[in-house]
Design a protein around this ligand. Structure first.
Ligand code: NAD
Length: 256
């Protein structure tokens, strides 16, 4: 039997075929899940529609900009009416202004700091608040983080602080939602070339250095992150919650 047969899984954060969320969607689809997608706004609507029409024409698609409470409320109302129960949520989204992803961290603006926290961290809390009401049979919520939430990584700056808050939110949500049999975990992925990653100054160089240093001697793929996500959303991981799993070819164990 496939790992996610008869499970309804919401995937937030696909904007194109390079998105990590798309790697997760492909793994979940292979494992038999029914997928529901969101897009942020006009900027991503066309590309997501194109991707789905050629590869997953049966998937449902809704708009949700996570800075807008009404969008979040409407999304879960629509899912309740159109689908009913949810078994999994994938939160694979983040944003910081490009100028905050380079140079000195102490120069971070108040606006830039709050924006990064709002989209990249608080949104998991807001989404979980509504998702839990539809996860009446239990299930899994997962989010994506990076080693920059645990260590000071050059140029990652404000996003590192947002990821630290996100990882903490995972623990608080896991502690609360365990009684509903909802597990909450994060995946700390190694660097992967995506539109968001390119916003971090010097990203390509970082990727090259990574390959030379990590135990497995290579970077990780969207597909590998997708497989770990499918595991975390499935019953195979039913005693794992509040965890941060590194899918980073071993980078996090190094004393760099
Ligand atoms: P991506 O650009 O493909 O995905 C980011 C997504 O965030 C996009 O789909 C975008 O539409 C969405 N988004 C931004 N603002 C939003 C808003 N206000 N409302 C709703 N959606 C919004 O890049 P990605 O690398 O696939 O990023 C996905 C996640 O993975 C992010 O949390 C990122 O920090 C994390 N991550 C990425 C890497 C990497 O190297 N690429 C490594 C570790 C963790």
């Amino acid at each position: 039997m496939s790992l996610l047969e008869n499970k309804n899984i919401l995937i937030m954060g696909v904007s194109n075929k390079w998105s990590i969320a798309w790697g997760i969607a492909k793994a979940c689809s292979r494992e038999g899940a029914n997928l529901i997608f969101t897009y942020e706004g006009e900027r991503t609507e066309r590309s997501v529609k194109q991707l789905l029409s050629s590869e997953m024409p049966d998937a449902k698609l809704y708009k949700c900009n996570v800075t807008d409470d009404m969008d979040i409320l409407r999304l879960f109302d629509d899912i309740k009416n159109d689908i009913g129960t949810l078994h999994g949520v994938v939160h694979s989204l983040a944003f910081a202004k490009k100028e905050e992803l380079e140079g000195n961290f102490s120069e971070t603006s108040r606006d830039g700091y709050l924006l990064a926290q709002n989209i990249s961290s608080y949104s998991l809390v807001a989404v979980s608040r509504y998702a839990k009401n539809l996860m009446t049979e239990g299930g899994g919520i997962i989010t994506l983080t990076y080693i920059g939430g645990e260590r000071a990584v050059p140029n990652y700056n404000v996003m590192g602080v947002a990821k630290a808050a996100l990882e903490s939110a995972v623990r608080y949500l896991a502690a609360e939602l365990g009684k509903n049999n909802i597990r909450v975990n994060s995946i700390s992925a190694g660097p992967i070339k995506t539109i968001s990653a390119r916003g971090v100054s010097n990203f390509t160089n970082m990727l090259k250095q990574y390959e030379g240093k990590v135990p497995l001697g290579r970077t990780v793929t969207q597909e590998e992150v997708g497989n770990t996500a499918a595991f975390l959303l499935s019953d195979l991981s039913q005693a794992i919650t509040g965890e941060n799993i590194h899918v980073d070819a071993g980078y996090h164990i190094l004393g760099l």
